[in-house]
Design a protein around this ligand. Structure first.
Ligand SMILES: [Zn+2]
Length: 411
């Protein structure tokens, strides 16, 4: 079992593009830091063709260069069009990882492009885009087939092999409307993996409530077909419409379903115990509560009340639980201040700021440095329109210049 399953988290692209959900650039950055600490392989950080993303993307690339983000690859998402490649590298010259996408189903090509683009044009645009990205310094390129689940397998193979020959590294299978089922996606991915012999990424939507099942079944097919599998996830299952494949549920499924644990070799760097902090922060940033029964991170996941269950639990905690709170980073009591409290924010002053920083273990060389960071903390609070979290304050204090760039958006 040499092939592995890697995670590409798409919260910062898919999660934020969904209707009525939006998070500040500082929060997107914090998610990247947390994803990196969790050992996730790649973060799809946004749209390098969008001007308002450029400072955020460039600043995050700097964080990686400075070692604040160690392993997480930061990848831009864009259309597989040469002009989009050029614009992306003009906005973000040091970007090294890309996912480029094109619709592949007959229906989508007809409705999206009318008669402006044929299948032949799609392949040509893909090949030219891969070559252009390579020439401008891309180190890894994933090629995404939008609406792949409504595309004939022969076309998917043609698309993947054309991209592979041009230098692409992975093929993304997008079940864009979420119509697949676990049994058929397994077989489809196994056949495709054997045919194209390149790593396959699963991008599954939750319209039928099966995004996690589709992703792990598809990954199993990819692995059985003899290549590495990549699963696209979104924190707390956010994403377009009914959302996408939930990150924590996916990691739990591969770690605790006996047959999956045996057949799928998960990227060994992943640390599931970072789940709680990541999911709670995402919930705060997205202003979206975590459902009480959300796998791993919901409020009721380790709660017991009914007589027979509690009797069993008191004798052996595994009688009614598959995993422990500590496995997902839970168990520490949350400290909530109920008495006097000093906070810092958009209208805070130096004394209060220094008081807060001492409690967080942040030290300054003198008032001048403290004043500079306070100034940024004021803007950060204005930028997020919320009280800053402890980790946000720590980040602003440690990387003031990068924080300033992240928050700078000039229309
Ligand atoms: Zn999607």
């Amino acid at each position: 079992m040499g092939e592995k399953v890697y995670i590409i988290d798409a919260t910062n692209r898919e999660g934020v593009q969904a209707s009525r959900t939006l998070i500040p650039k500082l929060a997107k950055t914090m998610l990247n830091l947390y994803l990196d600490q969790m050992g996730i392989r790649q973060s799809e950080i946004g749209f390098p063709t969008l001007r308002h993303e450029a400072n955020f993307i460039n600043a995050n690339l700097e964080l990686a260069e400075e070692g604040a983000i160690r392993r997480l690859r930061l990848a831009g998402w864009l259309r597989a069009k040469p002009e989009d490649i050029d614009l992306s590298f003009a906005n973000c010259p040091r970007m090294r990882h890309l996912n480029i996408s094109m619709p592949t189903s007959k229906n989508m090509i007809r409705t999206k492009f009318r008669s402006a683009m044929t299948w032949k044009n799609i392949i040509e645009s893909l090949v030219a885009s891969v070559a252009r990205a390579k020439a401008q310094g891309a180190l890894t390129i994933g090629i995404g087939a939008e609406d792949a689940s409504r595309t004939e397998p022969v076309r998917l193979a043609e698309f993947a092999l054309a991209g592979k020959e041009a230098g692409a590294d992975r093929f993304r299978y997008s079940d864009t409307v979420g119509l697949d089922d676990p049994l058929s996606i397994y077989q489809k991915m196994k056949d495709l993996a054997r045919e194209i012999n390149m790593p396959i990424e699963l991008h599954c939507h939750n319209d039928l409530g099966m995004a996690v099942a589709l992703s792990v079944a598809g990954a199993r097919g990819v692995i059985d077909g003899g290549v590495d599998a990549y699963i696209n996830t979104v924190i707390n299952g956010y994403g377009e419409r009914s959302g996408n494949c939930d990150l924590v549920s996916t990691l739990l499924a591969i770690s605790y379903a006996p047959a999956l644990k045996e057949s799928l070799s998960l990227d060994p760097v992943i640390d599931l115990s970072k789940a709680w902090r990541l999911a709670s922060y995402a919930s705060y940033a997205f202003n979206t509560p975590i459902p009480i029964n959300q796998p791993g991170v919901g409020a009721n996941v380790f709660a017991h009340e009914s007589g027979i269950h509690v009797d069993g639990m008191l004798k052996d905690s595994h009688s009614y639980e598959l995993y422990d709170p500590a496995d997902v980073g839970r168990g520490e009591p949350l400290r909530v201040e109920t008495g006097r409290i000093i906070t810092t924010g958009a209208y805070g002053g130096l004394k209060g700021f220094r008081h807060v920083c001492v409690k967080l273990g942040i030290q300054f060389s003198g008032d001048e440095e403290a004043r500079k960071v306070l100034n940024l903390a004021q803007y950060a609070s204005l930028h997020t329109q919320k009280p800053l979290t402890d980790d946000e304050i720590r980040f602003v204090a440690e990387y003031p210049d990068i924080a300033a760039k992240i928050m700078t958006v000039n229309p």
